[in-house]
Design a protein around this ligand. Structure first.
Ligand code: UFG
Length: 322
């Protein structure tokens, strides 16, 4: 079986992807500095604690483990934090990716699946959003992903690096059977914060109800993390079979409002969510929904666990595990 290096494999999406890879028989090695990820989220024998900036360790792993392809998650992901600490984001996300790419080039590994984001599109007025929509990031986080996407484009053209860039919409859900779920610190994402409001009784603030949407709250495309993980596997297979570089949105194509998610959480958990309406959060686009036709057609991927009730049921089971 092919041998895959996963950077940031102890994080939320990374750990679910590592689990799926191993379940499907791929040999998988993780490099994670554990600044955000959790060692317990990956099998101990697969984990190398280290940084993507450590070129010699990376080259040693890429060569020593005879790695065929890399899945690159390691990055900072908080939009709000990126506006407060842009330099740290550009350094970690852009320079870190360049360090990894340099080690890959040195080791002769030329296949990469890159973790990108819907944030590369920014506040655009298109829905659903196809991949050929122009870049217009609304924050430094999105810009870091645009920059790496551009680097990958040119390394494909000039240096023979084949890459698939996956632009995630709203990752959510969990794999409670595998003991995996969302554990960000601080948590900024809607579904875990709705659970927290139930469990603590402290109301969650809904950021704005005056958007130009049917119920006034923002619309997002929520994709189960296991469906997202499977998109990485489809992308890897494509590259390992000699496929060319490409870019794909990963979402369901269905938009759901914040109030609809709240109502579904109440329905699935049988508990009321204490909440208040607050002002808009800076930088939040009104509507972000993926056109994921390309991924379905080109790689045969389709979401199988991304109904809102399945997402919430899995996430709630993980949240309330013993
Ligand atoms: N929201 C609230 N209250 C909260 C938290 C979130 O009302 O306490 C709302 C947000 O305003 C937004 C929706 O819930 O309308 C979803 O918010 P999340 O923070 O869960 O997710 P985002 O859509 O802001 O961010 C996601 C990814 C980012 C990515 C972005 C692309 O988490 O990494 O999509 O725009 F950059």
């Amino acid at each position: 079986m092919p041998r895959i290096l996963v950077t940031g494999g102890a994080g939320y999406i990374g750990s679910h992807t590592v689990h799926q890879l191993r379940t499907q028989g791929f040999d998988t090695i993780v490099v994670d500095d554990l600044s955000k990820g959790h060692a317990a989220s990956v099998p101990a024998e697969a984990l190398h604690v280290g940084s993507i900036f450590d070129r010699s360790q990376l080259i040693e792993i890429l060569c020593g483990e005879r790695i065929d392809a890399v899945v690159h998650f390691a990055a900072f992901i908080a939009v709000g934090e990126s506006t407060r600490e842009p330099q740290r984001y550009f350094h970690n996300n852009v320079s870190g990716s360049l360090a990894l790419l340099s080690a890959m080039s040195e080791a002769g590994v030329n296949k990469l699946v890159f973790s990108s984001t819907a944030a590369v599109y920014g506040n655009i007025d298109v829905s659903p959003i196809p991949e050929d929509t122009r870049y217009d990031p609304a924050n430094p986080y999105g810009e870091t992903k645009v920059m790496v996407e551009r680097v990958l484009h040119w390394l494909d053209q000039c240096a023979g690096l084949r890459s698939v860039r996956l632009r995630y919409f709203n990752a959510c859900g969990a794999n409670p059977d595998a003991g995996l779920g969302e554990r960000h610190d601080p948590e900024t994402h809607l579904i875990p914060l709705l659970f927290r409001a139930i469990l603590t009784g402290k109301p969650i603030t809904l950021f704005g109800d005056d958007y130009p949407t049917p119920d006034g709250t923002c619309i997002r495309d929520y994709i189960h993390v296991d469906d997202l993980a499977n998109a990485h596997i489809a992308a890897l297979k494509h590259l390992l079979e000699g496929g060319s570089s490409d870019v794909f949105n990963v979402g369901t194509g269905e938009g759901l409002s914040v109030k609809e998610v709240l109502a579904a959480v109440e329905r699935v958990t049988g508990r009321k969510v204490p909440h208040v309406i607050g002002p808009r959060r800076e930088g939040d686009p009104a509507r972000l929904v993926a056109d994921s036709t390309k991924l379905r057609r080109a790689l045969g991927w389709q979401p199988v666990r991304s109904t809102l009730d399945d997402i919430i049921r899995d996430a709630w089971t993980f949240e309330t595990r013993a």
